[in-house]
Design a protein around this ligand. Structure first.
Ligand SMILES: Nc1ncnc2c1ncn2[C@@H]1O[C@H](COP(=O)(O)OP(=O)(O)OP(=O)(O)O)[C@@H](O)[C@H]1O
Length: 288
């Protein structure tokens, strides 16, 4: 396993924000840690990056406890933080070339030109960082994260501020890293759509607990909600939530025949059921 997390707990003061978080990741797997604000996503990823000391539990990244990782271990890990600052006067291509040189003792870094191409920043190579747009800046963040050709890449909310086109290009880049370079990727997101497009496996984190995990198809099956059927009879509207809309509609026609009008069946989307699941979990844990 590339990542092993078993019984992870985190406490800030007397507040426990992670309760018994357990998961693992295989080489080349893309995992999405999906959850609402405050669920504990950043805390989890920061513990795995070695930036935060956990309160309890067992954690290994590439077979090493992140709290004790040395330089060689760190050279195998790529990190894209939620926000990153560096000198605005540095030029994009030069910065990547320079950062790549830090990896020389350990591994062959990505040549700046190829890397710029991979993240779609070739036209900006000679530009100063302060002149980049928000989306270009985020692509540079990703380039900085992967310059050392990491075996594991951590991405904390990587597509915040991206327009739809940049987002879709970024998704292609991430999929390519996993498929072609065998990079294991753990990303955090609020966005179910992003998680289902990108990840082989989604871990739903709410109020510090993993409340569901699986591929998009498995999650859909696991947390499939009820369909909504709407219709009217003699101008009066009706609405019914049902797990078996086909049987319900058959019954409806058997009873009312042609008097059934304005029939509409809406399947519960994964988004609907995800939101219900998270809402239930959060309200259960909150003091009244
Ligand atoms: N340094 C800290 N000291 C105290 N509490 C903290 C600290 N960092 C985070 N928390 C609390 O821990 C909980 C989890 O925060 P975390 O940032 O991990 O959530 P998140 O899922 O990444 O949220 P977001 O999507 O908003 O980034 C929150 O309730 C937050 O207020």
């Amino acid at each position: 396993m590339v990542l092993t997390v078993d019984g992870l707990r985190m406490r800030y003061g007397d507040r426990e924000v992670l309760h018994d978080v357990t998961f693992d990741a295989r080489p080349g797997e893309v995992l999405a840690l999906l959850g609402p604000n405050g669920a504990g996503k950043s805390t989890t990823i920061e513990i795995l990056e070695g930036f935060r000391l956990r309160s309890a539990g067992h954690v290994e990244v590439l077979g090493v406890d992140p709290a004790a990782g040395d330089e060689r271990w760190r050279s195998r890990i790529g990190i894209v933080l939620q926000s990153w600052r560096d000198h605005g006067n540095w030029r994009v291509g030069e910065l990547l070339h320079h950062l790549g040189s830090y990896y020389t003792p350990y591994r062959r870094a990505w040549p700046a030109g190829e890397l710029l191409d991979a993240v779609g920043l070739t036209p900006c190579a000679g530009q100063k960082i302060k002149t980049l747009s928000g989306g270009q800046r985020r692509r540079l963040d990703v380039a900085i994260g992967i310059v050392g050709r990491p075996d594991v890449l951590f991405l904390d909310e990587p597509t915040t501020g991206f327009d739809p086109e940049a987002r879709s290009e970024f998704h292609e880049l991430v999929r390519g890293l996993a498929a072609e370079q065998g990079t294991t990727i753990l990303l955090t997101t609020h966005d179910l759509d992003e998680a289902s497009k990108l990840a082989h496996r989604i871990l739903v984190l709410a109020a510090g607990r993993i409340i569901a995990a699986g591929s998009t198809a498995q999650l859909t099956e696991l947390i499939a909600g009820e369909d909504e059927v709407r219709w009217s009879v003699d101008g009066q509207p009706f609405r019914k939530a049902t797990a078996d809309s086909t049987a319900f509609v058959r019954e409806l026609f058997a009873t009312y025949g042609d008097a059934v009008r304005e029939l509409e069946v809406r399947r519960a989307s994964l988004e609907d059921t995800y939101l219900t699941l998270v809402r239930d979990q959060v309200s259960e844990r909150e003091p009244a």
